[in-house]
Design a protein around this ligand. Structure first.
Ligand code: DX5
Ligand code: ZN
Length: 216
């Protein structure tokens, strides 16, 4: 599996150093959790912060927009250096036009679904997507427990991707560690977002390698 560390619960007083820490783990991407305090009951950071992080690393910026109206800031996230732009299918933005806008900016478009949203909510858009993100916690906070009951949803999306012969990556996000990553991979996930488990690990590079060694 690829590893995409989430910096949501990192030490924001040392954000630049934390990016260096993520790089030293050998991670494949950087997961940036944008929260607007409306779509989720938490507020994190936005384009100005991402723009300052961009020159610090060559890692792919996997930007997860937990926003009520992500369409209003797509250009700002593109300008800030986002590579993958994840919008929630439950947001208030028009989904197809927003995905088309992301693609027209030359970025990878991704759709995220909350735990209560069924797998088939992303099926109408799969042809446009580079990635689907299945939340394995209720979005808003790091350090929550993995929801095993999301695995049938992961499997259903994996089956649909494979049935249509698409090359859409399947990412899981929330409560991922060395053990739950195996469960998610077995269901069909390609990419693991890892937050607290990585920052709390005694040996973060070893944990990253362990998850990267897991195959579907
Ligand atoms: C939660 C975020 C996740 C979270 C993952 O709303 O989307 O990316 O930060 O953190 P852990 O791995 O600690 O659950
Ligand atoms: Zn996230």
């Amino acid at each position: 599996m690829k590893v995409s560390p989430s910096i949501l619960t990192c030490d924001y007083a040392r954000l630049g150093d934390e990016i260096g820490f993520v790089e030293r783990t050998g991670a494949d991407m950087l997961h940036l959790d944008v929260m607007d305090g409306v779509f989720v009951p938490n507020l994190s950071f936005g384009p100005p912060v991402i723009k300052r992080l961009r020159p610090l690393t060559g890692l792919t910026f996997d930007v997860h927009l937990m926003m009520q109206y992500p369409d209003r800031l797509i250009d700002a996230f593109v300008d800030a250096g986002a590579d993958i732009i994840n919008i929630h299918v439950e947001s208030g933005s028009p989904i197809e036009p927003t995905l088309d806008h992301i693609i027209s900016c030359g970025k990878k478009a991704a759709l995220t679904i909350k735990p209560a949203t069924p797998a088939n909510a992303v099926f109408p858009y799969l042809d446009k997507l580079g990635l689907v993100l299945v939340m394995t916690v209720e979005p808003g906070f790091g350090g929550q427990s993995f929801m095993h009951e999301m695995m049938p949803k992961v499997a259903a999306i994996r089956n649909e991707i494979d049935r249509r012969g698409l090359s859409v990556e399947l990412e899981v996000d929330g409560g991922i560690n060395a053990q739950t990553a195996v469960v998610a991979a077995r269901a069909g996930a390609d990419i693991a977002v890892v937050g607290n488990a990585l920052f709390a690990a005694d040996d973060a590079p070893a944990l990253t390698r362990q998850i990267q060694s897991i195959s579907r």
